[in-house]
Design a protein around this ligand. Structure first.
Ligand code: CAA
Length: 370
């Protein structure tokens, strides 16, 4: 049912508009509003807080469908669910959950996750944003980079160092900050190679006062919240890679059947046919890895290794598929006449955000050698 409703939504709302949104770098507001109406923005939020109470496996299936037609909408929904709703559901106290989860689940608030900074990307714990304790709360100062959804988000989870004298990674708090709070400013919008309709901005925090009750967990374990959250986020990005990969495969099959050269459809040449076979096999392998990680997370089991493997494999496979899809389309694939040109650009970021390919290898190998 989830697959059917996500597919119906994606074909009706995203398919006719995705290319234009990409060209115009237009945030897909209507698509996000309709995703909320369909319940997708609260899919994994517990029923007690207004969500559908479903799991990561359901989210994974929904996200593949959404990303099949629009990776910009895909990342918008993935970040909202996996990087914002999930840490609140998993780590916040009752009062914070009751205050924010229903508004996130309904789509009244879109969520953003603020970890990276100009000087700390892969080395996330090296962040410089500071939270200074004052009576009744914390005062946040710093700059955050690459913030997905920033232009439209109503709620930001901001990570900041709460005590510079404590060891790195054990000195970070996770704060819930609302849009409009004094000192929080959404800065320059990035002009990107792909997922151009999604919102990616810098953010400044200048003396933003956050009340004590908006801290998720204790003031020093925020980095663990961030990394546990990324286990789920990486499953979301692997699902995004599945959607883009499937788009590459489906469009390439169609083109290989229609395009004639040397008197026959190019799909009859092994050079093309074998590319399709490899793309399809990679897609199934990536989907199985991704759904395994999602199912493990739904069971409450550790899934750090599996989530990283899913993202590592799915994102690389998706990029291979995008490369082959453009090659199969030849000159046509190098123009905006055919969607594979956009898939090729969109695929690239799946190997970069939520932990670059090299970081996934680091996570997996550390666990192997531990
Ligand atoms: N879950 C919970 N806790 C975890 C964990 C996990 N998956 N992994 C590690 N931890 C714990 C560790 O046990 C450790 O705890 P102790 O200090 O008590 O031992 C603590 O967290 C710190 O862990 P590490 O020592 O492993 O930390 P590190 O500084 O060596 O960093 C890293 C590890 C894997 C490199 C990490 O920094 C990382 O994942 N970097 C990549 C950052 C990233 O993915 N950024 C994405 C930005 S968000 C984004 O892209 C969203 C978007 O817009 C789409």
């Amino acid at each position: 049912m989830i697959r059917d409703s996500a597919r119906e939504y994606a074909e009706r709302v995203l398919k006719p508009n995705a290319a234009r949104w990409d060209r115009e770098e237009k945030f897909p507001e209507e698509a996000v509003a309709e995703a909320a109406e369909n319940g997708f923005l609260g899919l994994t939020v517990p029923e007690a807080y207004g969500g559908a109470g479903l799991g990561n496996l359901h989210a994974c299936i929904m996200l593949e469908e959404v990303n099949r037609w629009c990776a910009s909408t895909g990342v918008t929904v993935s970040v909202h669910l996996s990087l914002v709703c999930a840490p609140l559901s998993r780590h916040a106290g009752e009062e914070l959950k009751a205050r924010y989860l229903p508004r996130l689940a309904s789509g009244e608030l879109l969520g953003a996750y603020c970890l990276s900074e100009p000087h700390s990307g892969s080395d996330a714990a090296a962040m410089r944003t500071r939270a200074r304790k004052v009576s009744g709360g914390w005062v946040l100062n710093g700059t955050k980079s690459w913030i997905t959804n920033a232009s439209h988000a109503g709620l930001f989870i901001v990570y900041a160092v709460t005590d510079p004298d404590r060891p790195k990674g054990r000195n970070i708090g996770a704060f819930v900050v609302e849009r409009g709070w004094k000192g929080l400013e959404v800065g320059k919008k990035e002009e990107k190679l792909g997922i151009r309709a999604s919102s990616t901005c810098e953010m400044q925090l200048a003396d933003v006062l956050v009340p004590d009750e908006n801290l998720i967990g204790d003031p020093y374990s925020g980095f663990k919240v961030a990394l546990d959250t990324l286990d789920g986020g990486r499953i979301g990005i692997a699902s995004q890679a599945l959607g883009i990969h499937r788009a590459c495969l489906e469009d390439s099959i169609l083109y290989a059947q229609q395009r004639q050269q040397f008197g026959r459809p190019i799909g009859e040449f092994q050079a093309i046919a074998w590319k399709l076979a490899d793309m399809a096999t990679d897609l199934d392998a990536a989907r199985l890895l991704t759904q395994r990680a999602a199912a493990l997370r739904d069971q409450g089991a550790a899934c750090t290794r599996e989530a990283s493997m899913a993202k590592l494999f799915a994102s690389r496979a998706c990029n291979r598929a995008a490369q082959d899809a453009v090659q199969i389309h030849g000159g046509a694939g190098y123009t905006q006449e055919f969607a594979v040109e956009r898939y090729y650009r969109d695929a690239r970021v799946t190997e970069i955000y939520e932990g670059a390919t090299d970081i996934q290898r680091l996570v997996i190998s550390r666990l192997l050698l531990k």
